[in-house]
Each structure stands twice: as C-alpha cells, then as structure tokens.
Design a binder for this molecule. Structure first.
Ligand code: NI
Length: 268
C-alpha cells in the first residue's frame, strides 16, 4: 500500500465522521481550487503501548521522518511532527496527553481503556481509523474527564482517527489568504474557531492557521446518545524563511488555540 492509499482511507473515515469537512472541501473545489493537505493530526495518550512514537511507526514505514517536537504545558500535551521527502505529502502531527500530570482517577480510566486494545492492533493501519476499543462508553466517565481535560474526554469518546485534516492554502489560486478562506466559509454558514482570533499566527511566525469548530455528532454512551464535538477542518498558509525556503514546522502558541476547536465550552 502506498501512503496515498493510507491517506485516502483516513480521509474517507474522517468525512464519514465529519460531513461538514466534505462540504468545505467541495466548496473549495467549486471555487476551482486544488486541494492539497498541509497536515493530518492525530491524538493519543502517552502510554508507551500507544504513544506518539508508536503511532508514528505507521508513517515512518512510508519514509516519513521526525522533524519537530512541541510542548503544551497548560494542556499537558507533547507533540511531534513528521515530514515526507515529497513536499506534496501531508505532514503528520501527533500529540499525546501527559497522563501522569492528571488525577489518579483519570490515569485509571486511561489505563483501563488502553488495556482493552488488543496487543496486535497496532500491526494494522486500520488502527488509525478504528475509533474506540473501550466500548461501551460511559457518559459519566466522559464528563469526569471533561472536567480535567477536553483532550482526554475527546479521545475517550472518539478514540483513534484523524482529528483533523488541514488544507494547504499556498496551493490555492484565488483564495490565497486565510482571511479569504474564512470569509467564504462564514458566508456559507460554517462556524470558525475564534479562540485567540480567527487567524492564529502571523507571517512573522511563518505560519497562519484557522479552523472550523468541530461539528457536534451523536455518540452512543451506555446512558444513551449524546451530541458532542467531533473533529474540525483546518486551513494553513506558510511563509518563506529568510533563506527563501517555506517554513515547514508548527507554532506551539497557535496549535494551543487550535486544539480548542473541539472544546465543548467554546460553543455559543
Ligand atoms: Ni493542525
């Protein structure tokens, strides 16, 4: 299998879970734009059985290389990004929750979830679209996690899947600024993440980003179905470094705000 086939199965799973992303994608195509992904992001826990390095193996197998590391002290996350030699291959951004920095209760929940993942599950790329291995979900547990970490609650509810795809605005012909993208989306009724402003980062950071707010989807809990925020769609514009090369890294301060695209409390 080529990495292109992996990304198309990730994309199909992602738009199944998040129909709004496909609507945005189609809207860009209607504008005559060619869609290239800047990056695809995944979330996990830092349990050594399924941490960033474990998930990264799927991509290293296709020739991806580790390029940058990022710390998010307030959200208690750590992340790495990976790049492929082909500049049109999406970068990969994988973050993990530093579970030891949370309550013993949260740590117990995470451990019992990870314990339910079959030890051979990571042998197959299907792991990346599998969702949760810890059915049935408890809404009480979800809410307890939510009180400590939005990220932990999201991961408990959705498990393993692409958290977001990100469109590379540099490849666009007409919508060449993030603000053009944002205006088009708002005009078409899509809700954007306004935490820290609609546009995160500036040309001085060499990266500007914006994103939709995650769509609320029905999740089946033991207590019944509940609508909770799922995944979002992101847009990135990169700028050239003084050496003339396009910046390929990430900006922790901006990513910190982008993480909030799945927040429950952000919705109005
Ligand atoms: Ni992102």
């Amino acid at each position: 299998m080529s990495y292109q086939a992996l990304f198309s199965s990730l994309w199909n799973d992602y738009v199944n879970r998040n129909p709004h992303a496909l609507k945005v994608h189609d809207l860009f195509e209607q504008q005559g734009e060619r869609i290239i992904n800047d990056h695809v992001a995944f979330r996990t826990f830092n349990d050594p059985r399924i941490n960033v390095d474990q998930l990264a193996k799927f991509f290293l197998a296709y020739g991806y290389e580790e390029k940058g590391t990022y710390e998010f002290p307030v959200k208690k996350l750590f992340a790495k990004h990976y790049e492929h030699k082909n500049p049109e291959a999406p970068k990969i951004f994988i973050s993990e929750l530093l579970t030891e920095k949370f309550s013993p209760e949260l740590q117990t929940v995470v451990k019992s979830c990870v314990d339910k993942i079959p030890s051979d599950a990571l042998r197959s790329e299907k792991f990346l679209t599998h969702g949760t291995f810890w059915q049935p979900l408890s809404h009480k547990v979800y809410q307890d996690l939510l009180a400590e970490s939005e990220y932990a609650a999201w991961l408990y509810a959705f498990g393993f899947c692409a958290n977001h795809f990100t469109v590379n605005i540099n490849a666009f012909n007409r919508l060449t600024e993030i603000c053009h993208v944002n205006e088009l989306l708002q005009k078409n009724g899509f809700k954007l993440n306004a935490s820290g402003g609609l546009i995160k980062g500036t040309s001085r950071d060499f990266l500007e980003q914006s994103s939709t707010m995650a769509e609320e989807v029905d999740v089946s809990f033991a207590e019944g179905k509940v609508k909770i925020p799922s995944c979002y769609y992101e847009f990135a514009k990169r700028y050239a470094l003084p050496n003339g090369e396009l910046y390929t890294g990430f900006v922790a301060a901006s990513a910190d705000k982008i993480f909030e695209s799945t927040d429950v409390g952000m919705r109005s």
